[in-house]
Design a protein around this ligand. Structure first.
Ligand code: GLN
Ligand code: ZN
Length: 761
């Protein structure tokens, strides 16, 4: 029975690690307390896998923060500003790199491929001297062994490590990070030798960058690295693990020719072409670790279908060379369905979280070995069938409406400049109009009101009264500040996706379905299980109430379809775009209802549009096409005089600027203040932008209060590349994480800057 798990969530079924970390960081508990919680978690995970019957159980997939940072520690590649003086790296230096400390900021964090997990980016240069400075991998291997579990230690592979790094400050941008291979390999050799000495017979090296579009120079680095490691690896079984997509043909050749490697891990879920690739060629006498159980989603595996894939693979690689595995680390899914007390049994029967996926992998392994658990398989088949035919999943009217959208363009009939003219007649805004992105500070009191209403501790009447009072406060404040286009402040919303998901049909919510986002931070994505529709208006009540409190334009505030999609667990029984179109239609109805209620400005946030961009260039155009189309669908029904805004939380969109223009919004507000140059360079390079644009003028992620002068300075920089009649003045993003004593003076400075500049234009 050959079964393998690529990696497992660290947080624990009830986020035990999160709470232990945060209490340690707050000085409320000791390092020993944190170590104890962590050791208990590791122990229970190993035990659970070994009880389930898994043969290849990973170790070193636990981390106090992030596996890439663990590798940086292993290599002793600590940036000098953290004052490390050699020796084994402890919590002090480790957490300073991860989170910064009183005197130095943290290292940069970025998204791990196309997941919502973020890793700490190594900062490297020619001066870095690498030394073996964290024995974590070996210690965890030994720890498991002492518990009676012989594990497969997992390391981030040397080439992926370098490819995911960036040149340190002061190092030339053109510095070749791969030139450091010779320097890091000696440390890898030390680690591998120690693992061998400790008794490891298998080792797993994760090289997920192999699924990217790599040039031949980068591919050559893999060949060289593994040749250099060959003698150290000898005597070990070596698995090189890839995930998140299929491997391009060239890279597949490189991978399967690596010296010293005996096994290859491939993603058969996202890698839709992986099966064909393996069918066309697979090296003799090597192991295939076939990732058929999805590590990125929460759906129960279709065991019959996986089994048939596995059986055809068996014919190619041989019976004793096939290992059943997960498509990637289970880090990206929720932990254990057992703790879901609010989901009904039917929906639960369609789901599998990490703990259940371990059981699925094992069941598939046993079935391949001729010990099929008939009962388990038939229960699974019944659940698959019920999901397929359930009326909760299928809504024929919605399916028809969404199907009718394909192939057509859906654009507003009038072009953007004519629309802006029509809107200006109605709105009569000054030049450089000021606005905010939507949310205002979420006070403890506000959270309490929402919580108590949810728990039925206060009546609906009391709840409405409290929320309306809050809206009134926010409206009055904005009038006092003399902001031009107001917002209601979003006091009724806990989360910009959950708020809508809770009111749409086709969505389910978990109580413990947390997934690590970065460090101790977790997100709890909604589950889209069925066709999406909108039983009734979702925001009209609050937006009209807010509009009735002011004579200034009040922005209606919605989350866009692509963002709702990208921040949810999405059904896997139809293409993502189909689900996205369905959500777009629901939002379209909401947009039109807002318009009918007299709301003339409507913002449809697409904070996560870029996040869904596929890893491989060849797939990006298609994604952008349907994503942008979905956005346009939401507002094709409005009059020219209704102004559609959108908002995005990043500024690195140089590569997708044409898609953003193609969204055809009237006004876009974007995060900008931490990277003026990146954004403005797009327009300096000659991209013509005709719609309204509001690059954020100050950073809302920091408690710092900007001065009028520095904001005016920023706006002036924008005016150098953008027409004055399209420029808006607004903060970077929503204000919900800030406090009123920060928000008031910051907005005051913002309005003052806009007013000063108006007199000069
Ligand atoms: N309207 C939302 C808010 O202000 C937008 C949040 C976001 O872009 N992440 O909070
Ligand atoms: Zn934002």
């Amino acid at each position: 029975m050959v079964s393998h798990i690529v990696g497992y969530p660290r947080m624990g079924p009830k986020r035990e690690l999160k709470f232990a970390l945060e209490s340690f960081w707050d000085g409320k508990s000791s390092a020993e307390d944190l170590q104890k919680v962590s050791a208990d978690l590791r122990k229970s995970i190993w035990k659970q896998m070994s009880d389930a019957g898994i043969k290849f159980i990973p170790s070193n997939t636990f981390s106090y923060y992030d596996q890439v940072l663990d590798t940086t520690a292993m290599l002793g590649a600590v940036p000098p500003r953290y004052g490390w003086n050699g020796g084994e790296i402890g919590f002090d230096v480790f957490f300073s790199m991860a989170r910064g400390n009183a005197s130095v900021p943290a290292m940069e964090m970025t998204k791990w491929f196309d997941t919502n997990y973020h890793f700490i980016v190594p900062e490297l240069g020619p001066e870095v001297s690498f030394t073996y400075a964290s024995h974590k991998a070996v210690n965890e291997y030994k720890e498991a062994k002492s518990l009676g579990v012989d594990t497969v230690p997992v390391l981030v592979g040397p080439v992926s490590y370098l490819l995911l790094s960036k040149p340190a400050k002061g190092v030339e941008k053109s510095f070749s990070l791969l030139s450091l291979l010779d320097k890091i390999l000696p440390v890898y050799k030390e680690v591998i030798s120690e693992l061998k000495a400790a008794g490891a017979s298998w080792i797993q090296l994760d090289e997920p960058t192999l699924v990217m579009d790599l040039d031949s120079h980068k591919l050559k680095a893999f060949t060289e690295a593994y040749s250099a490691l060959e003698s150290t690896l000898s005597g070990l079984n070596v698995l090189v693990e890839t995930y998140f997509a299929d491997i391009p043909a060239e890279a597949f050749k490189t991978l399967t020719s690596l010296k010293g490697v005996t096994a290859f891990g491939l993603d058969f879920v996202r890698g839709t072409k992986t099966l064909d690739l393996v069918k066309s060629e697979f090296p003799k006498d090597k192991y295939l670790f076939a990732g058929v159980v999805d590590g990125r989603n929460i759906w129960a595996n279709d065991l019959a279908s996986s089994l048939s894939t596995l059986e055809s693979l068996e014919g190619i690689v041989g019976k004793d060379k096939l290992v059943v595995s997960t498509s990637c680390s289970l880090l990206h899914t929720a932990v254990d369905l057992v703790n879901e007390t609010k989901l009904d049994d039917e929906i639960k029967s369609w789901l599998a979280f990490a703990a259940q996926k371990v059981v699925e992998v094992n069941a598939l392994g046993k079935a391949l070995a001729g010990q099929k658990d008939e009962q388990f398989f038939s229960a699974n088949a019944a659940a698959q069938a019920s999901r397929k035919s359930s009326p909760r999943v299928n809504n024929e009217a919605v399916q028809k409406a969404a199907a009718g959208l394909k192939g057509s363009e859906h654009r507003r009939a009038t072009n953007v400049s004519a629309r802006l003219d029509a809107q200006q007649k109605k709105l009569n805004l000054p030049i450089l109009p000021t606005t905010t992105i939507g949310s205002f500070p979420q006070t403890i009191e506000l959270r309490r009101v929402r919580r108590e209403y949810k728990a039925k501790k206060i009546t609906e009447e009391e709840y409405i009264k409290a929320i309306k009072e809050e809206i009134k406060k926010v409206v009055e404040l904005q009038e006092e500040l003399d902001i031009d286009v107001l917002v209601h402040g979003e006091p009724e919303r806990n989360d910009m996706v959950e708020y809508f998901g809770e009111q749409l049909s086709g969505f389910a919510f978990t109580v413990n379905g947390w997934v690590q986002s970065y460090g101790s931070r977790c997100v709890k994505p909604p589950i889209i299980y069925g066709d999406v529709s909108r039983p009734k208006p979702m925001t009209v009540y609050w937006s009209s109430a807010a509009q009735s409190m002011t004579s200034r334009p009040m922005k209606g505030m919605l989350t866009g379809p692509v963002t709702i999609l990208n921040w949810s667990f999405v059904r896997n029984d139809q293409p993502r775009f189909e689900t996205c179109y369905q959500i777009a239609l629901a939002i379209k109805d909401e947009v039109e209802d807002l318009e009918k209620a007299g709301i003339n400005v409507i913002q449809i946030d697409e904070a996560a549009l870029r996040e869904g961009l596929p890893l491989r260039k060849s797939e990006q155009a298609f994604y952008l096409e349907w994503a942008v189309h979905s956005f346009r669908i939401t507002n094709i029904g409005v009059q020219d005089t209704t102004q559609i805004h959108t908002h995005m939380c990043y500024s690195n969109f140089n590569d997708i600027i044409h898609s953003i223009i193609d969204m055809d919004a009237d006004v876009i507000t974007i995060e900008n203040s931490r990277s003026d140059e990146k954004l403005l360079s797009v327009f300096r390079e000659g991209v013509k932008y005709g719609a309204g644009i509001g690059p954020g003028v100050y950073d809302i992620h920091s408690p710092r209060i900007p001065s009028t002068e520095e904001i005016a300075d920023r706006i002036n920089k924008m005016l150098a590349v953008l027409e004055k009649n399209i420029l808006w003045v607004n903060p970077d993003c929503g204000l919900k994480t800030r406090k009123y004593p920060e928000v008031k003076p910051a907005l005051q400075a913002m309005v003052a800057a806009a007013k000063t500049l108006r007199t000069q234009l």
